[in-house]
Design a binder for this molecule. Structure first.
Ligand SMILES: O=C(O)C1=C[C@@H](OP(=O)(O)O)[C@@H](O)[C@H](O)C1
Ligand SMILES: C=C(OP(=O)(O)O)C(=O)O
Length: 445
């Protein structure tokens, strides 16, 4: 896989920018890319994937599939791939797989490998070993799978052995990560039972729109899931993944949020291309939050544009459905006309870093007053944004959303926002600062 990975310095200094406008072509969606890669690998037939995301998270999935004996090739000079599906039978039964910090890789692969059976170990970067996976392991082990923890119980690394499926009913908790349900859904058609597989969700499910992405893409690969709301999912027997022939990856709606927010903060207009009205990503609903803040949004089939006239309004809303793009709102709140509150975002604590704590600490450096609750954040904007050095905690979204602190002249002339360790954006958007620089015409130091 070739990646246009710029070599960023130890830090990037962003000088004040008053106005940004223009058009950005978005990189592919991480959530769609990693789901399609796994579905294409498991299915019967060959799949051509257009516009796959080139990033750390997709690289770990591609490398894991290769180690498992799945053949794929990249079409030279493009982000298009051809994946030769294994039709539910992985050629390699023993492997050690590095999963980086990609939740969308380790969770679905754990379920698929446990069901297909073999001798596999899965591990990642140190933070991955602090991100919970216990609810998924419990759900699988309860129906006869054999997954052990080789480090701390409840967390990767994992050792998967061949199990024996003992039931067609599974249950999984949904209040820590929706990726556990996604993983079970994607693995269910591999379970080859004579009766339907049923998955019950225990308690409240978070991040619901990501389940819609999963169901939508499973359907593209010929598997229909019946459902009763968010509580019960049924996969009828006799369904197998079949390649759709070719499939296109939409632009990443979470990555769109930084540019759309920049348009809303400075007036814009800024247009993002690659995602629009017909998107299957829940994060397109980020624009509803921008609208609440007073921005004007227009959308086409494959583009979204944000502009505004006048300062942003404060917002108080539930962000459980868009946990990733919500981080962008927390930084946009620096420009609002009063305190903003982001509610129901407890999942932030178990992502790339403890994002509630990290966000509070870094927003305070810019002069904001921040109240950090167990599952909410209230941001009271400063009169003006002072010079600050932002730590990014190896969290791509911390780096990307804090670039917005350099906008709209709130940052006084002569001041600057320094983003430490900018290369962490490689998780989902390796050339983010080049694209941001183009749109903001800033100087990278
Ligand atoms: O399924 C997915 O593609 C994702 C689900 C969300 O995680 P949670 O369900 O853990 O909130 C989101 O934060 C993550 O970036 C991608
Ligand atoms: C939470 C995220 O990633 P992951 O897919 O690793 O959960 C994210 O990209 O913000």
């Amino acid at each position: 896989m070739t990646m246009k990975q710029p070599s960023y310095p130890r830090h990037i200094d962003l000088a004040p920018v008053h106005h940004v406008q223009g058009t950005v072509k978005l990189p592919g969606s991480k959530s769609i890319s990693n789901r399609i890669l796994l579905l294409a690998a498991l299915s019967g037939g060959t799949t051509r994937i257009f516009d796959l995301l080139a990033s750390d998270d997709t690289l770990v999935m591609l490398m894991a599939l290769q180690t498992l004996g799945v053949k794929w090739e990249q079409i030279e000079g493009t982000q298009d791939y051809i994946v030769h599906g294994v039709n539910g039978v992985l050629p390699v039964h023993q492997a050690d797989l590095f999963m980086g910090n990609a939740g969308t890789a380790i969770r679905p692969l754990t379920a698929a490998l446990a069901v297909l059976g073999g001798d596999y170990t899965l591990h990642g970067v140190p933070r991955m070993h602090e991100r919970p996976i216990g609810d998924l392991v419990d759900a699988l082990n309860a129906v006869g799978m054999r997954i052990d923890y080789t480090g701390n119980p409840g967390y990767p690394p994992l050792h998967i052995r061949r199990g024996q499926l003992t039931s067609s009913r599974m249950k999984v908790r949904g209040n820590v990560s929706s990726q556990f349900l996604t993983a079970l859904l994607m693995a269910a058609p591999l379970m080859a039972r004579e009766e339907a597989m049923q998955i019950d969700v225990v308690g409240e499910l978070i991040s619901k729109p990501y389940i819609e992405i999963t169901l939508n893409l499973m359907r593209r690969f010929s598997v229909e899931v019946e459902r009763d709301g968010w509580q019960q999912f049924i996969i009828k027997p006799g369904q197998h993944y079949r390649s759709p022939g070719s499939i296109h990856v939409e632009g990443d709606a979470s990555s769109a949020s930084y540019f759309l927010a920049a348009g809303a903060i400075t007036g814009g207009p800024i247009r993002v291309e690659g995602v629009g009205r017909d998107s299957i990503q829940g994060d397109v609903r980020f624009v509803e939050a921008l609208e609440l803040m007073g921005a004007t949004i227009t959308m086409g089939e494959n583009w979204i544009e944000a502009s505004s006239n006048g300062p942003l309004k404060a917002v108080d809303a539930d962000f459980n459905h868009i946990p990733d793009a919500a981080m962008t709102i927390a930084v946009a709140a620096l420009y609002a006309d009063g305190p903003s509150t982001l509610r129901n975002i407890a999942s932030w604590r178990v992502k790339e870093t403890d994002r509630l704590a990290a966000m509070a600490t870094e927003l305070r450096k810019l002069g904001a007053q921040v109240e950090e609750g167990a599952d909410y954040l209230t941001v009271t904007p400063p009169a003006e944004i002072g010079t600050a050095t932002i730590d990014t905690y190896d969290d791509h979204r911390m780096a990307m959303c804090f670039s917005l602190a350099s906008l709209d002249g709130a940052l006084r002339r002569g001041n600057r926002v320094r983003i430490n360790d900018p290369k962490c954006v490689a998780k989902t958007f390796p050339d983010y600062f080049d694209v941001f620089k183009k749109i903001a015409e800033q100087t990278l130091i």
